[in-house]
Write a protein that binds this ligand. Structure first.
Ligand SMILES: *[C@@H]1O[C@H](CO)[C@@H](O)[C@H](O)[C@H]1NC(C)=O
Ligand SMILES: *[C@@H]1O[C@H](CO)[C@@H](O)[C@H](O)[C@H]1NC(C)=O
Length: 562
């Protein structure tokens, strides 16, 4: 019996109440080929549910095979572990090793049904016949050194039909049958018969590997969604599940893609969080891949070691969805050169460049930006005194108020002078501006007047708010990730300081990899009460960003006082 088309349609339109499946991919063996047994799978499923910052959402597991590793056709012990941990299952049957192995896979599938009955079948959310088998037969795969034979589309359709026949009249009869492959395989008309035979398409998409496309972390979200949308376009109306995606935490450079935990965090925030928000079935790659081996690249959220004891290599929290709170009249007119928006006299003012102002309808949030200092003007008009500092309690339009991770703890001091300098144009005077620029050639000097009656200890902190959604309203543009190093200047910086006139400084601290939603303590020292103190912020590791120094949400360099 075919999975009924009404059920397919219902699955395609998941309502808020029908939560999408969220999980990881679980191989049948560790990196040293040692088979995972019941206790290993159980430990992994439990660790996935306990991941900090995920609200215990990762309760599903995708398997690649029904066969316990190292046996001919014993049922994989992950099934019993899933039953005992109430883990939903996207089953997999391995189809790249010929009919005899497919027969074994089907035998193990039937054995699982008879052994465990509805305890098992009730947990099954889908059955994937094959994994990347169509990709493996392509010239690209062969050029990439693929050794597994893969399978021709006509043969794969036969396997799919064999599985349909096998589950007829069993507890799995109503479960959707799919296949997992790359978007390029689905996008290839020669594989159209496979798509026709399926109830759903599982797509594996890794911008990291897409060397022939723009694949820096900055382009990764667009590259991922391009692959996803091409799969949807080829799906003949069938649901598309994301069966593998992820960004490596370590490994070689691939095209423009740099493997690092900081970039994996950006990928998580952009791609994973948007899939979670949009209720798309998702099996992330992966929870841990480094146990008993040393894969490169490595995609594991967790490093090697005791899976429940070790911490994730990056934060798994997702920024709060803000779209609904934004006034719908705001258009992304200024995505690339947006500078500021304000509500003045009942109108939103979007400042798109130093010279151009666009007004639109009123909005409820009150936030007033002062006029932007003219950076290019030869005459520097601002004096520190004329630069209003936004106060705590003022809010950025559309931004959730109060209690943001990384908000400032009063009492704190905001800077009164923000001056960028350019080592590629050392005599250029950029002058005082709200916008700080930090790149391999640009640094920013930030000056504080520490109050005379300061407490004992001053902490120099650098705050980065959680990601903005939509990104075009963000007061921060991150062109390339990296860190910052901060020096205390031996003398004051002024509005006329340039790279050629800046005085020397002494390094006081650094942040190796800036990530959103964090407040970093760069340095702690006795407060220099009553003094004017100047700091210089330089780019580390290629960081290229510009940001509005502001207090709500906290963004930039501040002094917090204990
Ligand atoms: C398209 O699919 C066919 C059949 O799977 C395969 O032989 C061929 O190599 C694919 N073409 C490309 C460009 O990947
Ligand atoms: C990622 O791409 C999707 C689809 O184009 C888009 O809706 C979303 O806003 C993008 N997210 C970011 C952070 O760029």
């Amino acid at each position: 019996m075919r999975f009924s088309s009404t059920l397919v349609a219902a699955a395609a339109l998941l309502s808020g109440a029908e939560a999408a499946y969220k999980g990881f991919n679980y191989g049948a063996f560790f990196g040293n080929q040692q088979a995972k047994v019941y206790a290993d799978f159980k430990y992994e499923f439990e660790a996935a549910k306990a991941l900090p910052g995920t609200n215990s959402q990762f309760t599903s597991a995708r398997l690649y095979t029904m066969i316990q590793h190292g046996t001919k056709r014993d049922v994989i012990q992950a099934i019993k572990a899933a039953i005992d941990t109430n883990t939903q299952l996207l089953l997999g049957l391995w189809t790249s090793a010929g009919q005899a192995v497919v027969d074994d896979e089907i035998a193990a599938l039937k054995a699982a049904i008879t052994t465990y009955g509805t305890k098992f079948t009730n947990l099954v959310v889908g059955i994937s016949v094959g994994s990347e088998d169509l990709y493996r037969i392509t010239p690209t795969a062969i050029a990439n050194g693929e050794k597994n034979p893969g399978v021709q589309p006509a043969q794969l359709v036969k396997y799919i039909n064999q599985v349909r026949t096998a589950i007829k009249g069993t507890g799995l009869a109503s479960k959707p049958i799919g296949h997992v492959d790359t978007w390029t395989a689905y996008n290839n008309a020669s594989n159209s018969a496979v798509v026709s035979a399926l109830d759903f398409l599982g797509v594996d998409a890794y911008p990291y590997f897409e060397k022939e496309h723009a694949n820096s972390i900055g382009a990764a979200n667009a590259t991922f969604y391009d692959a996803y949308k091409k799969t949807v376009a080829a799906a003949k109306g069938k649901p598309v599940w994301v069966t593998e995606t992820g960004w490596p935490v370590s490994g070689p450079k691939s095209g423009q893609a740099v493997a690092s935990a900081a970039n994996a965090r950006i990928y998580w925030e952009d791609v994973t969080c948007s899939l979670l928000r949009n209720n798309v079935h998702l099996f992330y790659y992966t929870l841990q891949d480094i146990q008993y081996s040393n894969p490169s690249p490595s995609f594991g959220i967790k490093p090697g070691g005791d899976l429940k004891a070790v911490n994730p290599l990056f934060s798994l929290t997702c920024p709060k969805p803000l779209r609904a709170r934004l006034p719908h009249t705001i258009q992304p007119v200024a995505r690339h050169n947006w500078i500021a928006r304000a509500d003045v006299g009942g109108h939103t003012i979007i400042r798109t460049s130093l010279t151009q102002t666009v007004t639109s309808q009123s909005m409820s949030t009150v936030f007033v930006w002062a006029p932007i200092p003219t950076a290019s003007s030869s005459e520097v008009v601002n004096s520190p005194a004329s630069m209003p500092v936004s106060t705590p309690g003022s809010t950025f339009p559309g931004y959730p108020q109060l209690d943001q991770p990384g908000d400032l703890t009063p009492p704190f001091v905001a800077p009164n002078l923000v001056v960028s300098i350019d080592s590629s144009d050392p005599n250029k005077v950029i002058g005082n501006s709200y916008t700080a620029q930090i790149s391999p050639t640009r640094s920013t000097l930030i000056v504080f007047d520490v109050p005379p009656s300061s407490p004992k200890t001053c902490n120099l902190v650098f705050a980065v708010p959680p990601a903005f959604d939509p990104a075009y309203i963000a007061p921060m543009q991150l062109t390339a990730p990296g860190g910052i190093s901060v020096s205390r200047l031996d003398g004051p910086a002024t509005v006329r300081t340039s790279a050629s006139t800046v005085v020397r400084g002494t390094p006081v601290g650094a942040v190796l990899a800036l990530q959103s939603g964090n407040k970093y303590t760069v340095a702690s020292a006795p407060c220099e009460a009553g003094q004017k103190v100047s700091y210089r912020v330089d780019s580390l590791d290629g960081l290229d960003m510009s940001f509005f120094q502001m207090t709500s949400p906290a963004l930039g360099l501040f002094i917090e006082m204990d």
